[in-house]
Design a protein around this ligand. Sequence first.
Ligand SMILES: Cc1cc2nc3c(=O)[nH]c(=O)nc-3n(C[C@H](O)[C@H](O)[C@H](O)COP(=O)(O)OP(=O)(O)OC[C@H]3O[C@@H](n4cnc5c(N)ncnc54)[C@H](O)[C@@H]3O)c2cc1C
Length: 475
Amino acid sequence: MAGHGLSIKKSELQDKYDVVVIGAGVGGLVSGAFLAKRGKKTLVVEQHNIPGGYCTSFKRGAYIFDSAVHHIGGCSKYSIVGRCLKELGIELEFFGLDPMDSLIFPSFSIDIPADIESYKSSLQRRYPAEKDNISRFFSEFIKLYRAIINESENSPTLQKYREQTYGVMLDSFFDDLELKTVLAGQWGYLGSPAYEVSSIGMCQMLVNYLRDGAWYPKGGTQNFANAFAKSLRDSGGDLLLSSKVKEIFLRDNKVAGVRLDGGEDVKAEYVVSNVDAKQTFSDLIKEEVDPAYMDRIRGMKESPSYFLLYLGLDPNVDLSNFKRGFYHSPNNQWKYVSAPTKVDPSLATKGRQEITVVATTEEKYDEVKDWKGLKDRLTKCTIRYLEDFVPNLERHIEVVDAATPKTLWRYTLNSKGAAYGWAVTLDQTGPGRLSNKTPVDNLYMAGHWTNPGPGVCAVVSSGWRVANMILENGR
Ligand SMILES: Cc1cc2nc3c(=O)[nH]c(=O)nc-3n(C[C@H](O)[C@H](O)[C@H](O)COP(=O)(O)OP(=O)(O)OC[C@H]3O[C@@H](n4cnc5c(N)ncnc54)[C@H](O)[C@@H]3O)c2cc1C
């Protein structure tokens, strides 16, 4: 549905572009849109038949489902996504989500307001013995956030937290275990639990959501991706869908162009890779790249992948008490459950409702032999789990679909269906993450395998930053 009219045909390809972007994930689309707007002859090549990567939607009968992304940070007009949309002249409608999420634990639940001061006060009322520590924590968190945003490399705050996991940071402020569990309750957004995830990564993500709220693009997340694809096309850039790049060719360690799956060669002065870093350096480049860099990539660890469930429900289902957010179970297992039609009823016809679930899985990707069997088993278990929160759920189901890590891999080619590129651990955040500039001349990376990190807001920033780097070099 969504790719219609946005793609050029292979016969319309030019021999040579200033920039070829591999992958039409949000990071690639943003880079391409800025480069085209600033007059660079730009081509974005995407293997799927729609743009957006994880930020896509699909239709099943009366329902439009979002494939993966359920909300986006930084969309108000002064934040990164809002400013990016304005610069590109894109107008998009969003629903602001408040509470931004709820945290549901086996013995209690708590709503997280989309405003840092309200959140702070609600925590102070709930945990009066920790009142002053809560104030100190949020002041420090905001100070750290400013240091990250201003890239103040010499800031002692930034240097201190480079060495600390978020769990250690929380221990240094609080005694109350329940409070620490609440403040870590959204770790699923970065995929690594409190004592593994970088405090800097958590700060960047949480403060961004708490300062600016969480936003849902009207009509579904595909509309967000399509808006950048359209901007690229309106500025004279080309988007080629349903085509895979199978090689980046180099001359004297400098990019010279790309080869497509049909054998077509396209020359390019610059290449932006918006795709998996392992794929970029191990599969697409056939020449030898700096051995130290290759060793570093081989030693890095991907973020986890998930099981996803999509349910289309008849209009009689009662979701009035249903809460969107993280449903936690013991042993660091969680499910992110949402009902997108409660935010945007236009996603389904005639009052129908949707529930979607993102769930952790214990299976190791390389050990799964029967993906179909796993999908069926997890579908059944997850529906049974939801019955505790939505009585008689099964009776209301009109459409069921599901995705495993293998599905996520198939649609995006992220290694093992990694949700967030590299895991957001201490050694893979900030300078530990691969930088946008690579050891290959004129080859850049944009997206969640590079800086600043995962999430739509971060990859918008990454794509914009890479476009600026190329525009500055090109002067
Ligand atoms: C289940 C799930 C839920 C999430 N929820 C949220 C959320 O609510 N909010 C949020 O902000 N973030 C969320 N994220 C994270 C977020 O979606 C990602 O970090 C972000 O979208 C990644 O964008 P990207 O630009 O790096 O590229 P990707 O989305 O990874 O896209 C890369 C693109 O490159 C294409 N490609 C790959 N190889 C080739 C090739 N050789 N040739 C041509 N094309 C190629 C792929 O098909 C794909 O379209 C979620 C992720 C998952 C998996």
